[in-house]
Ligand binder design. Structure first.
Ligand code: EPU
Length: 428
């Protein structure tokens, strides 16, 4: 298994570009099977999770042609109605979006559920509640989710919590239902909006995405269309946030291009609270962020919340940064009950962290030392890279297949900023 070797202490300076949003891509690709026809998707991140979704789509009969490594042409004309149970399905969480898409397209779906997760229970009761409200019968047999409807009918759905996955999955099925669907307490994350915009680009009528009430009217025509759609994904909010935090932790001055400033405001505020400086600028062509690190970062308090709050996906990278901030920082993890698996790894480096249920108290220390580290999940991996960039000496980070799931060429991007990070490839 490949690993990273990081020699810490090099200041990051320069410019990088953010890739397309992972969590939009993994919803938009399954959404494409709702239509019979062709569509181009641009700004697609070249990451493992996207490759897995594409593998599943090819197994279903979709033709997928890479125009560049970030741009594909999908032709769904020959997609078949089949069970989604191949090994690729189990390797990624977002394969559950095939349930909503198949339910919409064929009125039934049989999808293998992802395995237990490293960051918490991650129930899908709200997805099931939404499918049932639309008229489907839902069964879970072993690890297979079976959903079947005689007819999908629009419904009033109030989610118990603003789940990103449930909101997207319900939208995918509801665009094919007769009558209006209203999703209340919907997730407002940027990738929910991107999926809704994609559905609209393909002819659906989804209104209100980005607010807590989404209305879906007029069932989508599933008939083959001559129309070729072109859609460009939004930039990845979490990748941008990760690089902003890395820049505050190990900059220098770093420019981050291909961003949407609104998506990053709460992250910029959190970073500015530590004394680093974040500016959003516009060169007339696109927005970019300029992050100037503080030599003496101060402690702060972070509470993870659904969008527009501070994202749980950046809690781990932020904690890595705060291990060297002066004073005591408090981090409250409200979304997942088990997203502190990176803590023992940071402690190996000399970090001082106390966990009490969902609260982490981080006491800033003077330095971290390089160590042998293991990523326990995707964002834990990003956190360990940030810690290793700040540490004295060499760190070796294993289990980087987690990082490959969601960050496109993170090592190359960091090297271009002056980091000393090397991927060591091990042939199996
Ligand atoms: N929840 C329920 N019931 C449900 C669904 C969710 O109780 O049916 C709870 C969860 O247990 C959790 C909270 O609601 O406490 C939020 O879960 P959500 O459904 O919003 O998360 P998700 O859709 O499974 C997506 C991202 C995650 C990100 C979360 C929160 C994708 C593929 N994944 O997960 O991304 O952490 O939203 O923003 O979009 C990552 O990229 O590293 C990642 C884990």
């Amino acid at each position: 298994m490949d690993y990273y070797v990081v020699n810490g202490g090099k200041r990051l300076n320069g410019t990088i570009r953010i890739s397309g949003a992972k969590n939009a891509a993994v919803g938009i690709l399954p959404a494409a099977i709702l239509f019979s026809g062709k569509c181009y998707i641009d700004n697609l991140p070249d990451i493992e999770d996207v490759r897995r979704v594409i593998e599943i789509m090819k197994e279903m009969g979709a033709s997928i042609e890479y125009i560049t490594s970030n741009s594909i042409l999908i032709d769904t004309t020959n997609v078949k109605d089949m069970d989604i149970v191949s090994p690729s399905v189990r390797k990624m969480r977002a394969s559950y979006y095939f349930a909503g898409a198949m339910l919409g397209k064929y009125s039934h779906a049989c999808v293998m559920l992802p395995g237990g997760c490293e960051i918490g229970e991650r129930p899908i009761d709200q997805h099931i509640y939404g499918f049932e409200a639309l008229g489907a019968k839902v069964k879970i047999e072993g690890n297979i989710l079976k959903v079947e409807a005689e007819k999908l009918t629009g419904a009033n759905i109030r989610l118990k919590c603003p789940s990103v996955g449930a909101t997207i999955n319900i939208m995918l099925a509801a665009v094919c239902a007769e009558g209006q669907t209203i999703i209340r307490n919907a997730a407002r994350e940027p990738h929910v909006v991107d999926v809704a915009n994609f559905l609209n680009a393909m002819g659906a009528r989804v209104k209100g995405a980005g607010t807590d009430t989404i209305r879906i009217t007029v069932p989508l025509s599933k008939h083959s269309s001559e129309k070729v759609c072109r859609y460009s994904l939004i930039p990845d909010q979490i990748e941008a946030g990760t690089f902003m935090i890395a820049a505050a932790a190990a900059g220098g001055e770093v420019i981050i291009r291909n961003i949407i400033p609104t998506h990053l405001k709460v992250i910029a505020d959190a970073i500015m609270n530590t004394g680093a400086y974040v500016e959003f600028l516009d060169d007339g062509n696109e927005f970019f962020a300029k992050i100037t690190a503080s030599m003496y970062p101060a402690s702060t308090m972070i509470t993870t919340e659904p969008y527009p709050g501070f994202p749980t996906d950046l809690q781990q990278p932020m904690m890595a940064y705060l291990t060297l901030a002066k004073g005591k920082s408090m981090i409250i993890e409200n979304i997942y009950e088990n997203r502190f698996n990176h803590v023992p790894q940071l402690e190996k480096m000399g970090a001082k962290i106390k966990i009490n249920d969902r609260i982490a108290l981080v006491e800033g220390t003077d330095k971290l030392k390089g160590a042998d580290l293991e990523a326990s999940d995707l964002r834990a991996g990003a956190a360990l890279i940030i810690a290793a960039l700040m540490a004295d000496g060499e760190s070796r980070i294993s289990n980087i297949h987690y990082i490959d799931r969601g960050y496109e060429k993170i090592d190359e991007k960091l090297r271009s900023l002056g980091a000393d990070i090397k991927r060591v490839e091990i042939k199996d």
